[in-house]
Design a protein around this ligand. Structure first.
Ligand code: PLP
Ligand SMILES: N[C@@H](CCOP(=O)(O)O)C(=O)O
Length: 459
């Protein structure tokens, strides 16, 4: 499989090439040149597989050539054995046609574990084969950071630097990162927001001179391997609710859009999908883009769903590219216009191709009310991100089964749970002493040069 940039001005790479990079040199995102597809007969057979077995079927076409298939199968088995539920991603019925896909049974209690447990292993393997160490630079609004740190610990080839927005992640999220005292893990609290952190990561990919030749690697969803691993759970959940003989709808709490873009890929690969529902908090840039057909820069403000406090959404570019039929020249122009003016009109043809896409935005008051209401109705405590997905999904449930992604464990977000008048859920026993552990992190100004100097000094 070859991977090309959405902006069309970079050389194509193989799987190892995209795995060990981040942004393409032209500023675009790598996507596969073509997608494998599965027939209804194949999908019916795949419905019988365990999570790890299904992951092999779905992702092998992207990985083929990088490592032997039997070794990859063993790696997937080891990866998903880390999850604390026999189904890995269990489905729970919330209402007659509304289901939750619980994605928080991994080591760090959020959906990021599905991809980062695998990515960390693949990175260590690729670098060990080359006899190299790599420098991971990631940005997090709270969940990617701990999942990346945890995933990268499966080997000894990486120095890991994670930027989080200072005082804008939950206490549990921060401590999941900053209580890892391993000498190769560095947490940086940036005096800015998530978009600032992500901009610093992207700027570092564009000019890597501060690294003196060391290899810079992305763990955010700009890395293709992250998105690839996230395709699997759309198939897994859809096949359990009757696909390919029935269409499924998906509601996804969204921000950087890697999650939802993976759903789009699953549908292109043969999963019948009726509706994609994109749910945001009051940082609603994605909702505005989908409803209004524009990319518009807007201010970001903190919410009770901090992981979704993002307004510059990396993977939306991948969706626009896909819906344009791979028109990289148009995407290059569109993204240039947006970067220069903070505003760009999405071409009408793309908006027409997006007819299955719907969206909604939910503010903090409605998030809290949703947590409260579903607790009273079902006994379930939704985390605030999941509550946003459920709230928007409620407006669109029809005769098709609707799966809402339950992206995080409520124990990570006590503030929202308490605001709903509920007792915060307990952390799993492996994290019972999290709030007493020693922390280590560096607070830095929102300044790319200062961040790069810190990284260079600590490699
Ligand atoms: C708990 C949670 N829910 C939803 C999201 C949104 O996912 P995405 O960024 O892939 O759109 C994130 C992070 O981005 C998250 O951490
Ligand atoms: N919500 C994320 C933000 C980063 O998204 P990613 O999918 O690109 O890593 C987080 O929790 O850090």
């Amino acid at each position: 499989m070859r991977y090309v940039s959405t902006r069309g001005r970079s050389d194509a790479l193989d799987f190892e090439g995209v795995l060990l990079r981040g942004l393409a040199p032209d500023g675009g995102l790598y996507v596969p040149e073509s997608l494998p597809t599965f027939s209804p007969e194949q999908l019916r057979e795949m419905a019988k597989l365990s999570y790890a077995e299904l992951a092999l079927e779905v992702t092998w076409p992207f990985v083929d050539g990088f490592m032997p298939k039997a070794e990859y199968a063993a790696l997937l088995t080891e990866t998903y054995a880390e999850f604390n539920h026999p189904a890995v991603a269990p489905l729970k019925q919330l209402d007659s046609n509304l289901w939750l896909l619980e994605q928080f049974h991994g080591p760090t209690l959020a959906f990021k574990d599905f991809a980062l447990q695998l990515l960390g292993r693949l990175l260590n393997l690729a670098l060990a084969r080359k006899g190299e160490r790599g420098v991971v630079l990631g940005a997090t609004s709270g969940d990617t950071g701990s999942a990346a740190i945890e995933g990268c610990r499966h080997g000894n080839q990486l120095d890991v630097f994670i930027l989080h927005p200072h005082e804008r992640v939950s206490d549990v999220q921060r401590r999941q990162m900053t209580t890892v005292l391993d000498p190769s893990v560095f947490n940086i609290a940036v005096q800015g927001d998530f978009d600032d952190c992500q901009a610093a990561v992207k700027a570092s990919f564009n000019d890597q001179s501060f690294l003196n030749g060391k290899r810079l690697i992305a763990v955010n969803s700009i890395n293709w391997a992250r998105v690839m691993a996230q395709i699997v759970y759309f198939f897994y959940s859809g096949l359990r609710l009757g696909a390919p003989d029935k269409a499924i709808s998906f509601a996804v709490p969204s921000a950087n859009f890697g999650h939802m873009f993976a759903g789009h890929l699953a549908s292109q690969m043969g999963l019948p999908v009726e509706q994609f529902i994109v749910a945001t908090n009051h940082n609603d840039a994605l909702d505005r883009s989908i409803k209004g057909g524009v990319l518009a820069r807007q201010a970001l403000s903190p919410s009770l769903s901090p992981s979704m406090d993002i307004v510059v959404s990396s993977n939306f570019e991948r969706l626009l590219y896909a819906l344009s039929g791979g028109d990289s020249a148009m995407i290059d122009d569109l993204m240039k216009t947006f970067a220069e003016t903070g505003h760009a009109q999405i071409p009408a043809a793309i908006m027409q191709a997006a007819e299955r896409w719907t969206s909604g935005a939910v503010d903090d008051a409605e998030t809290v009310a949703t947590i409260k209401r579903w607790h009273a109705q079902s006994g379930e405590i939704l985390d605030p991100h999941t509550a946003i997905g459920v709230r928007v999904a409620e407006d669109h449930v029809g005769t098709t089964p609707m799966i809402c992604m339950a992206t995080a464990h409520p124990a990570k977000f006590a503030e929202a749970v308490v605001a709903a008048g509920l007792t915060p859920s307990a952390l799993p026993s492996s994290m019972a002493d999290l709030m007493d552990r020693q922390e280590r992190y560096q607070v830095l100004a929102n300044d790319v040069a200062a961040i790069q100097a810190y990284v260079a000094a600590n490699i």
